[in-house]
Ligand binder design. Sequence first.
Ligand code: NAP
Length: 284
Amino acid sequence: MTAQIIDGKALAEELRQSFKARVEALAAKGHRPGLVVILVGEDPASEVYVRNKVNGCLAIGMHSEKITYDAAVDQTTVLKKIAELNADPNIHGILVQLPLPKHFDEEAVLEAIAAEKDVDGFHAENVGALAQGNPRFIPCTPYGVMKMFEKGNVDLTGQEAVVIGRSNIVGKPMALLLINAGATVTVCNSRTKDLLAHTRRADILVAAVGKPRFVTADMVKPGAVVIDVGINRLPDGKLCGDVDFDGCKEVAGQITPVPGGVGPMTITMLLANTIEAAERKAGL
Ligand code: NAP
């Protein structure tokens, strides 16, 4: 059996096209959605991510700008800028690219963003709302995964879902979304005793580990939906996921590739969150 591929690239493109009309409707009422991305330091990977976020906005008619700081900037300067942006009526979304340099208190910076402009969904108030099943902003990567389930007609109710990874940006919010959708959820981490026993009974398996080809075919239940969140750079420069795609596609029922799977969905859902923020502000 060869699994059906859930094509994140195609879905991302379809969604971005559909966003254009919403952006124009908002702009016509004087609320063109605006996103500011703050980048501290010169990490090359972060620079690429930030450029893609800004360009993604501009391509669908949104306003977007990047604010960059030298790695040595003090936290107070960045907090002052966030306060200014919180008060700016033309800005609907504020995102601070992580990771921040070591002298920053990451939590304090994320909490400084007004909760109604926190389009990454990392503010404690928004995390709490998600945990209560009443989300305001869903963190972009797991939000993208939920859209992929929708596209693949995956009914999550009553399904055994296993998430490998418990990070604040992927694993935990993913687990909360699956719980809210009615799945029975297990979250595994590096100390999980018998990982295989968990993954083998998963109808839905989400890998957010950060280790190339960590999930192998023997770990997958036949017919399972396998979502690969991982983005790993191999020594030859190629990208690969946390799932051994070639092996697992022979066992799974549906599977996401890397590249072209969850990756393109993440920025797409950032656009979605910023548009939603602007729609809320416009009273739509
Ligand atoms: P992270 O913060 O490093 O978390 C990795 C998680 O995997 C941790 O909870 C860790 O457990 C767990 N883990 C590590 N080894 C394990 C093992 N042997 N068995 C079970 N669990 C294990 O990473 P992240 O930020 O969640 O990202 C995960 C992957 O997704 C990375 O490849 C990242 O690049 C990618 N990512 C992709 C997107 C996208 O847009 N597609 C967005 C974000 C991240 P402990 O907590 O016990 O250490």
